[in-house]
Design a binder for this molecule. Sequence first.
Ligand code: ADP
Ligand code: MG
Length: 925
Amino acid sequence: MAAAGYGNYRNGSHSSRNSLNSTNKVDRPLSFNSNAKNSSLKSKSLNSSGLRKSAPASLGAATEAAKDDAGVPGRVRVAVRLRPRNAEEMVADADFADCVELQPELKRLKLRKNNWDSDTYEFDEVLTEFASQKRVYEVVSKPVVESVLDGYNGTVMAYGQTGTGKTYTLGRLGEEDTAARGIMVRAMEDILADVSQETDSVSVSYLQLYMETIQDLLDPTNDNISIVEDPKTGDVSLPGASLIEIRDQRSFVELLRSGEVHRFAANTKLNTKSSRSHAILMVHVKRSVKGRDSALSSNNGDNSHKVKSLKPPVVRKAKLVVVDLAGSERIDKSGSEGHTLEEAKSINLSLSALGKCINALAENSPHVPVRDSKLTRLLQDSFGGSARTSLVITIGPSPRHRGETASTIMFGQRAMKVQNMLKLKEEFDYKSLARVLDIQLDKLIAEHERQQKAFEEEIERIAREAQNQISEVERNYEDALEKERVKYQKACMDSIKKLEEKWMLNKQKHVSDDNKVGLKDDSSDVTSKEEGSRVAAMEEVAELKKLLQKEAHLRKAAKEEVDNLKSQLAQSKKLEATGNSEVLKLLKMLEDEACQKEKLEGEIAILQSQLLQVSFEADETRRRLDKGGSEKILGGRDSQMSQLQHPQLNDTANGEKASIAKLFEQVGLHKILSLLEAEDADVRIHAVKVVANLAAEETNQEKIVEAGGLTSLLTLLRSSEDETVHRVAAGAIANLAMNETNQELIMAQGGIRLLSMTAANAEDPQTLRMVAGAIANLCGNDKLQMKLRGEGGIKALLGMVKYRHPDVLAQVARGIANFAKCESRASTQGSKNQKSLLIEDGALPWIVQNANNETSQIRRHIELALCHLAQHEVNAKDMISGGALLELVRISRDCSREDIKTLANRTLTSSSTFQAELRRLRIDY
Ligand code: ADP
Ligand code: MG
């Protein structure tokens, strides 16, 4: 390759002669070095909490801006590394100067053209032959690894001629000499030091890409892995590759070593050298984001108040890709290795495709030929994607390889122009939130139960104690009272007895004194005797007084005793009252607890419905993928609305049904229905989807209607302006409209008017399909014919045909067939003898037009409708003038369904009007 060839690639390069002028023009955004210094300083400051104290300058912005989808710009960084002369070069090139001269402090490299002239190039970093492995890691790879730990994808890639040190730079294990460890090993060391063993996970795949075939270096039997692309995000993945979880450095090194062994074996088998293949290490880092999410702490303790907000936890899933590319030398040189031309092309295909993509990206070309090779597909995110990418180009010093060295340098120069948009790979982890909430709820329930039990026991204990105290006090009081009474009684009796004795004694004395006075009338004697008895009486009085006093004492003592007992009683009453207030407090706590539980359950309901929705959507996506994008709803069964059921229920019957049933049971229908009126529009949408899914199950329908779900759904049609809500609600109503009672209820609540209004405002054909399906079900009810038509049901159906969507048309046709069937039944029973309301409402032209519709489902319904209409003679004239007769003849001859064919035949032969017309038309019948 001639030096002149580089004239095309002046980007960022210039001749030494005018270097000073043009140096300033060189676009050198944020120096690599500054990041590297930052990171080497802060490498020790990475803390185990996973929160970085400082982020690299450019990424600090990225973290903030991550919310906006566009990401932040991040140019591909390129470092050049020069290998020292090897033994052979020492000898062979002894008389020659190196072909390059490095100026690391200026980040420049001079490529010698001849003895007096050279070209100068600038790089993000220039690493001399003395650069240590540690420094190379810190400059090239550390910022990328830190980005990955922060949730951004990252790529580290080595490009260069065979033998210039790509594998040395990336893949050395450094088992004998720690200083020799390469980028892969050092990157994993940093990752493992930063992630948390409990909440994060690190897993790796290790692959080889050779001749457009991907082989698993961790499982040599797996030698043809395909690339899968997510049609929505465009992300590529290799679901077939082994993914090994890494917990410690030792097992990672072990894994790299066995990968190398497999690579060697595979290459021996293919008769190639590893320099011809690309080795790709993918490290998947999944981290749960702490701090702002911490919705729940799942550890034990006072769990009732732990639940603060119910935001689902956030996980970051970033990927580090390390690519050791095949040697960049031109294949024709190695033709001597015995490859055929085809092989040679294929070996180089990925590498040359990579070069083309980088050219296209560097030149901002509108087309980047990413799909041309497997390598470029795998590296989509690394160049021009959302990853932080760092490239190290390796060169040797020998002037003999000047051509290859120059082409490597040009590759690096172009790669420096590639601009990526870094995006945070963050998502909500609904599943783990639901799991945590489930555990939390169970714990709360158990705790609640325990508390309630303890509380009841406590109440019982307090009541028992109070009762005991009261009865003891009462008993004491009664005893004391009784004692007092007995004592007092006894004292009274004693004194009465004494008084009586005294009185008797006195009386006797009086009698004997009287006798004496009668015998001897001695007055002086009398006087002295009177004196004596007065003294005695006075003594007696004094004694009585004393007695009385004693008794007063006794009485006072008794009263004191009673007071004492009374105050004791009051005290025990007070004790009882405190017991009561304790009980009240406990009751209040219990109430709060119940309240809290109810709130939690509500929020869990919301989340569960969201979760359900998310898994439905995931399922849908998966199914769409499986079916290759064609999403046709199952048909074939023309009876009722089974085709309107949510597809999940048809497909993954048991699993989904079980989860809906579980939701139903856990959350309760009333709660789900109440969410239909939630303030948050998202919740409303989720809720209506859940109700629709429930309504698809026949066993739930009655319960939903009983709980007022039908009325809520109809109200949603009226009050909501959201088309999704309309679509899903109409679908649910259609499913509920499968039984007669519900059909009457729908009609009674103005259903036709609401459904017509929904159809008139709809933009999505699926909404129309649901509405048409609901009306079609109502059309099948004999009792509602007049009312349905009176409220514009037929007109509404016919109004929807203008959208021409086959799904909608099929439902319209089914409705018309149902209606015609009811009419023909009524006329056979003699309860109807007027012309068909369908004909009155102008349905005939459409029916005739679609009688031979190419969609078989539509055709069948219309054919049936025509047969039903034709059964009644009053319709015959209109049918003839509307062209229906000829369709009937066609049906009676060509219809593939035998029963319809026979019905048409019978109708034609039994109607005299038709017979006359057929004769007139000379149609043989
Ligand atoms: P590549 O993978 O690009 O083909 P290798 O990494 O296998 O090259 O290196 C080729 C040889 O050069 C190996 O023997 C390796 O040890 C040696 N080598 C490469 N780079 C350096 C370096 N920077 N310092 C010392 N030896 C090196
Ligand atoms: Mg190599």
